[in-house]
Design a protein around this ligand. Structure first.
Ligand code: C2E
Ligand code: MG
Ligand code: MG
Length: 556
């Protein structure tokens, strides 16, 4: 039991902690071993998922906010302090933030003993990942100073703008000319921005190669652009003066204060980060003005990326393969099907492949998903061949699969697994996927040819149709895209063009598959051109495997 004197000591100590707390970023604490009681600065409760700034039952409560992998280390050290005479606690480990992220902290403390027995641990916790307040390289204030500055504007929104400036491709400069030269560029950039801004504007170095100009003096979009322009000129001058040793550019992202919905630090950082990212994404060496619509799209895309990743990690849940029939033009019989990827999200339902395929490509997820699709499609093909022995299956390949995985090997393995004849498989590639100068592409291409797998040039008639592709790559099939098919229906010249093209293709022993036939009229008109195959809603919509079997297996 504690004496009154001891109780009052604890009480006093807690009081001192609270008095000191507003003047420091660190968190002071007192841990009473005997009472199994913990007290920490009140501010810690806003940062970490602790049950409150005071609590009992410490071992159980520590489990709630100490990162699980670090918990045993902490327990071990507390045991040594309490039972084994150790006096100094100095441990770097992780606590979980209120948002659920692990945060590195350094917890230091001293044991207070009475008659040799450990009574209290008193000390301080500081976040070791926290940005420095000032940056010695650029001589500017850092991110946490900006955070403190913006904290003063909690309930008001001044008129003005944020201009986030980034040095383009600094990594390359560091690699080529050394880190010291890269640092020199950062110092120069900081100095030039300082020279260019007015007295009412503030400058911070946010991270590595990014700076933030804050204008709360009513600056407009035009003012922000003028400032960016001025900076570019200054940097160009510097580059010339340095005999073009390193030629580099700056990108900028402008966010007006009125664009920030919730006027606080993290929101401002997010929006300016997005704005600068867009400037870089759109080709660098430019200034991008924040646009709420673009930001919404960016968030949706990121959201979709998270869902796609989750789906891939969750046994492809949400992915499905649809099959669209392809018919022979000569006898009207089924020739095969094109496997088309589908993704549905629990909230939004079916998402268009035009939206999610580029995200899968960008993230590399197209590799596992594409591999999964191969297996689904080949399994379906082998099952359908029980009804139509030479039934063909077409799969689309993206160039990411070709460049970054052994998709040729995957196809050959899957052909074996499902016991298919290679000539019943067609790989569809779009022109943009033809990187014939790259060995990975040519290797895959030859591997497929050698094995007898057919190749189709997809989307013909869109973009930059190039006859060289046909003569050099010699695909077995050319798929005429719906946009071309539609033009052919309306325009005599295009109709003649397709007619001649079909004849030419036949002379070269290539097959023509016309996509996007929606009506009987279209079918008839295209039929007169004597193509080899038809594909389109008129013949059948893409549908799930079971439906495809119900519809088309019965027709034979
Ligand atoms: P694509 O390979 O040219 O596929 C044909 C697209 O045309 C399909 O769109 C199909 O539903 C649509 N279509 C077929 N007949 C008609 C018609 O009569 N009228 C109209 N208006 N459209 C028709 P979908 O399924 O939306 O796929 C779009 C694109 O996404 C595909 O174009 C392909 O480039 C890509 N894609 C789909 N699945 C995969 C996949 O598994 N891997 C890769 N890399 N790309 C895929
Ligand atoms: Mg296709
Ligand atoms: Mg196509």
């Amino acid at each position: 039991m504690k004496t009154e004197k001891e109780k009052s000591f604890i009480h006093e100590l807690c009081h001192i902690i609270e008095l000191l707390s507003p003047s420091m970023d660190d968190f002071l604490y007192i841990y009473d071993f005997e009472e199994d009681f913990y007290y920490i600065s009140k501010a810690a409760a806003n940062r970490f998922c602790i049950p409150g700034h005071t609590f009992h039952d410490t071992e159980k409560n520590f489990q709630e906010f100490v990162y699980p992998a670090d918990y045993p280390r902490l327990m071990e050290d507390l045991y040594l302090l309490r039972e084994k005479g150790k006096n100094t606690h100095n441990l770097i480990y992780r606590w979980i933030s209120v948002k659920g992220d692990p945060i590195w902290i350094n917890c230091r403390g001293q044991v207070v003993r009475e008659d040799g027995a450990a009574r209290y641990l008193v000390g301080c916790i500081n976040e070791i990942g926290v940005q420095q307040k000032a940056d010695n390289l650029s001589g500017l204030l850092g991110d946490s100073s900006f955070q403190a500055f913006i904290g003063d504007y909690a309930n008001r929104r001044p008129q003005g703008f944020f201009l986030r400036i980034g040095v383009d491709a600094l990594k390359g400069i560091n690699a080529r000319l050394g880190v010291e030269y890269g640092n020199q560029i950062l110092r120069t950039t900081a100095r030039k921005i300082e020279e260019a801004i007015s007295e009412d504007q503030h400058l911070y170095r946010i991270i590595g190669d990014e700076f933030l100009v804050v204008d709360f003096s009513g600056g407009t979009l035009e003012d922000a652009h003028n400032l960016y322009q001025k900076l570019r000129e200054k940097m160009d001058q510097y580059i010339t003066e340095n005999d073009y040793k390193a030629v580099f550019t700056l990108s900028g992202g402008v966010v007006l204060t009125q664009d920030v919905s919730e006027f606080h630090y993290s929101e401002i950082i997010k929006l300016t980060e997005f704005a600068l990212g867009e400037a870089k994404h759109r080709g660098r060496n430019r200034c991008y003005d924040f646009c709420a619509e673009d930001y919404q799209q960016f968030l949706e895309k990121r959201n979709l990326m998270v869902k796609l990743r989750r789906a891939v990690n969750n046994g492809m849940e949400g992915f499905e393969v649809y099959y669209q029939p392809i018919f022979r033009a000569d006898n009207g019989k089924i020739y095969g099907a094109e496997a088309l990827m589908r993704f549905s999200d629990k909230e939004k339902g079916m998402v268009s492949p035009v939206k999610f395929i580029p995200i899968l490509e960008e993230s590399g997820l197209i590799i596992p998903v594409g591999r999964w699709l191969l297996h689904q499609a080949f399994d379906m093909c082998s099952a359908f061949q029980k009804y139509v022995p030479d039934f063909h299956i077409n799969v689309n390949l993206s160039n990411v699969q070709i460049m970054k995985s052994d998709v040729g090997g995957d196809i050959l393995d899957a052909i074996q697994t499902y016991g298919l004849k290679p000539e019943t498989i067609t790989v569809e590639l779009t022109e943009s996927g033809f990187l014939e100068s790259d060995y990975r592409f040519t290797d895959m291409w030859h591997e497929m040819k050698k094995a007898g797998v057919l190749l189709a040039l997809d989307d013909f008639g869109t973009g930059y149709s190039n006859f060289r592709y046909i003569t050099e790559l010699k695909p077995e099939v050319i798929k005429i895209d719906r946009t071309f098919t539609m033009k052919v229906m309306e325009n005599v010249f295009e109709y003649e063009l397709l007619s001649l093209f079909t004849k030419m293709a036949h002379n070269l022993n290539l097959k023509i598959c016309v996509e996007g036939i929606e009506t009987e009229e279209e079918r008839q008109k295209i039929y007169d051109l004597a193509p080899d195959c038809f594909q389109g809603f008129y013949f059948g919509y893409p549908c799930p495997r079971e439906q495809f079997f119900e519809k088309f297996a019965g027709q034979i």
